[in-house]
Write a protein that binds this ligand. Sequence first.
Ligand SMILES: [Zn+2]
Length: 521
Amino acid sequence: MGKTIITNGHFYGLPNVTSVLCENGRILSITPDISRTYNNTIDLKGGWAYPGFIDGHMHLTGLGWSLETLDLVGTHSKKSILSIIEKATLKTPTGHWIQGRGWDQNDWQNASYPTAKDLDSVSSEHPVVLRRIDGHALWANTRAMEIAGISIKTIEPKGGNILYDELNKPTGVFIDNAMTLITDYIPKSTENDKYRQITKAQTLLNSLGITSVHDAGTGVKDIRAIKQLIKENNLSVRVFAMLNDTPEDYEPFLEKGPITHTPFLTVRTLKVYMDGALGSRGAALLAPYSDDQHQSGLLFMNKDELAAIVQTFNSAGFQVNTHGIGDRAIRIILDAYEESGMKEMRNRIEHAQIVHPIDLKRFKKLGVIPAMQATHCTSDMPWIGERLGVERLSRAYPWQSFAQLGNPIPGGSDAPVEFPDPLAGIYAAITRQDSLGWPDGGWQQQERLTLKQAVQMYTEWPAYASFEENNKGKIDVGYYADFTVLDRQLSDENPKMILDTKVIQTIVNGKIVYQSYNETK
Ligand SMILES: [Zn+2]
């Protein structure tokens, strides 16, 4: 393949550099002799090359799956959803499952939960399951509940809720672990399905400038599909996998040990869940929800259970990344990490949304990484005040507090929960405003990040959180030749300009994997 000169551009953090030389997927020189000719040339056409953007928490096959199912994101009424389902029934063979995602009752005029009966009015022949925007609640029709054998006698699993009507019958909404009562009956994705989903997801990700992802829940089938894509030389995002907390997914790795020195796939992490999410009141809080005094969230395990997992995995060379959103869940996770975690394993708390002030400093002390998603904050801010009440709002999404304490904060989208656009993430991180600039000055504006920090959130910080700070996150000799090329320099002077910024090229391993214009030959 020989050497590739990437030329005629600007390079983030390197004011005097206009060209970079690459070989075998890595940067060979940032001061190349540009009077020479090289085997290959990539012309940046005056664009601004940033270190390749990393999505530090997303769901790779989940994103691909979402591109193949009904998209309900942005629907503003139950009626509009029902008409989407009705249309889908006309195109789907009778008896086949209809799946969708993205409903959010908070966006409806009547913000109460929907029911199976609503769906039955447009679909009696097809089982229908629709996931809530955050993936933490499932809305099913009667046909789906029949297939799953749901009745008045069905027992709620640990860490799950079934909603009931006044006659004590399940209404059709299943929260967190109760979702599996239905989803266990949906035909499982095959390795071929996973391969196709990853292919679709990476095309979208590359078009948004993403060169690496942290996959927050990887199974053996996903890994086989990823390895197949690597073998064919067709994987165009580097994958840092977090293994699912199911024995069939983690046991083979626990036996053989982590996979660390392959450029496109790293497997050295376990993903577990401590609580649910705020939207469905599943996040475990220290005090009850302000808009439902009977609820303070769901815990999926206790401290001792997590401490035992951490002990097993850390001592086998695996990082543990625990989903923790509410302040109660976060405290328990920190306690478990403190009891049996190893600092050098860089254990993480995924989301870390509501943090009690007492617990903020424990992250740095214990070497625990808060992995946070900027657009969760700006999506949640319109309704989160009702859930938490005024006093607790200053503990919500405390990015700048964490940064001031010296914590790296890997950013991410949690796609398909949020659209995986890193520029939208950078904008949200520096403004804490929606795309229209609401609210004035930013929501809990003291926690905004600077532009430099926001760029770190999608480059250096996720690189550190995946033990890849010597390979990724910077433009320097020896680093991977991964670049996100923008049509302009990012600036915080007029933050809305960030939303108008275009990705013109995405370069992975020294090769163009996306460009927004056609090459003229
Ligand atoms: Zn997630």
